[in-house]
Design a protein around this ligand. Structure first.
Ligand code: SF4
Length: 426
């Protein structure tokens, strides 16, 4: 989502004459768009500002995003080099705020939750993104309040953008060259506009856009995997059969402590429904290891679930507390034990990934061509399951769906040779 927001921030600043520079030293304004999900996010911001201090003449320094929202006043106090902090729901005001700063030279702290105003404002400015695979935010915020997560505090309550606004932006992206759209939301499948339009309505309407070849969405909550959405995996050919569906733990005790609002059985019932409706579907997930209170038995439950589902492309981390969340006050687990568990889990997840990649060997697969590698007769694209593919080709067209024969692979990538544009899905 930060990539989407950063592009929109650029669209907004270019209106007041601030254009992108690739020469860092020339920058008059430096915007650091931050994310609070990863560990030590705040310290990374100060480190980056330290680098700016060394490299640049004093530019106007703006910190935006979720760290700005969470730390606001303290940031300006701690680092006088920062001139402005802007929360993720206020960045539509960045143009006016910069002009204000230029006039008054007074520090600015803008961290209101004005999400409706933000999207109304963004609607007036066309999205200049022109990537083959483009992001499109449809929903923001979250009402789930998982005990480990900062999102409900930094992005605010769930908000769904107006249906038509999204379709118009999608059409604009496709006319800019996008051939894949990734619908974004912190809780994307909670999308519900006016109690009439849901994520399934969006997917079905977007499926009719000419030249849009692929649709994906992320990140989903298991509780919001409703029947109408699952049905899209049967009916909509452009919806890719790959779903990122975080579970975090395979233990019901831990899921309850996390306040996840679903249990293991419910999660498995969603997986079964998906597999039943589309036998090609693959699922990836997120896991937190060593959550406060996790025992060896709880961890075994997670490992069993992983074996059962056979996840691909998953993310796993050791629990780390986020200030202000309920889990941050809990007693931490033994770190050495957590590291051993994480290693075990990651080995198993990597094995699944390896097996999944191996299956492609000597097979043809459908690849959406995203770009040509610099100074090489090689192209980059992705399979229907997001796996990166690097392939040789004399001549092929960016944005096309190619038929690529896979000749080798490693843990993360597939390598192959372009055959034709005639597609055989794999
Ligand atoms: S559902 Fe996702 S975004 Fe919402 S609180 Fe839980 S982890 Fe955070």
């Amino acid at each position: 989502m930060n990539e989407y927001d950063s592009n929109r921030i650029y669209d907004l600043t270019s209106i007041i004459g601030y254009n992108k520079t690739h020469v860092k030293k020339e920058a008059d304004c430096f915007v650091l768009n931050t994310c609070h999900i990863r560990k030590k996010a705040t310290e990374k911001v100060y480190d980056e500002i330290g680098r700016v201090k060394k490299d640049l003449k004093k530019p106007l320094v703006v910190v935006s995003g979720c760290v700005a929202q969470a730390e606001s006043k303290e940031m300006i106090k701690r680092e006088p080099y920062i001139d402005m902090v802007i929360g993720p729901q206020s960045y539509h005001k960045i143009g006016d705020l910069i002009l204000d700063y230029e006039r008054k030279k007074e520090k600015i702290n803008e961290t209101e939750f004005d999400v409706v105003g933000k999207f109304d404002e963004l609607e007036k400015i066309s999205n200049s993104q022109s990537k083959i695979s483009s992001y499109l935010t449809i929903q923001e915020g979250c009402d789930k309040f998982c005990h480990f997560c900062v999102v409900p505090y930094t992005r605010g309550p769930e908000y769904s953008r107006p249906f038509k606004q999204i379709i118009d932006e999608a059409q604009n992206l496709v006319s800019n060259g996008a051939r894949e759209i990734i619908l974004l939301g912190q809780n994307v499948n909670a999308y519900n506009y006016n109690k009439k339009y849901r994520l399934s309505s969006l997917i079905r309407t977007l499926s009719n856009i000419k030249n849009l070849k692929r649709i994906r969405f992320t990140t989903s909550h298991p509780k919001d995997m409703t029947e109408d959405l699952i049905d899209c995996y049967r009916d909509c050919e452009t919806l890719m059969p790959f779903l990122h569906l975080p579970i975090q733990s395979g233990s019901n005790k831990i899921l309850k402590l996390m306040n996840r609002k679903h249990d293991r059985e419910y999660y498995m019932s969603v997986v079964e429904k998906l597999n039943k409706i589309n036998k090609n579907i693959k699922i990836s997930s997120d896991f937190i290891v060593g959550y406060p209170g996790e025992t060896e038995k709880d961890f075994k439950n997670t490992m069993e679930l992983v074996e059962k589902v056979g996840f691909v492309n998953s993310y796993s981390f050791i629990f780390s507390p986020r200030p202000g969340t309920p889990a941050a006050t809990k007693k931490l687990n033994n770190l050495t034990e957590s590291k051993i568990r994480l290693k075990k889990l990651q080995n198993t997840l990597e094995n699944f990934q390896h097996k999944s990649n191996k299956k492609y060997l000597q097979q043809h697969c459908e690849v959406l061509i995203e770009n040509k590698l610099d100074n090489q007769e090689k192209y980059f694209g992705r399979t229907r399951y997001m796996t990166p593919v690097i392939f040789e080709a004399d001549n092929c067209k960016i944005g096309d769906l190619a038929n690529v024969k896979i000749t080798s692979f490693n843990q993360k990538n597939l390598f192959g040779i372009y055959e034709t544009n005639k597609v055989k899905a794999a």
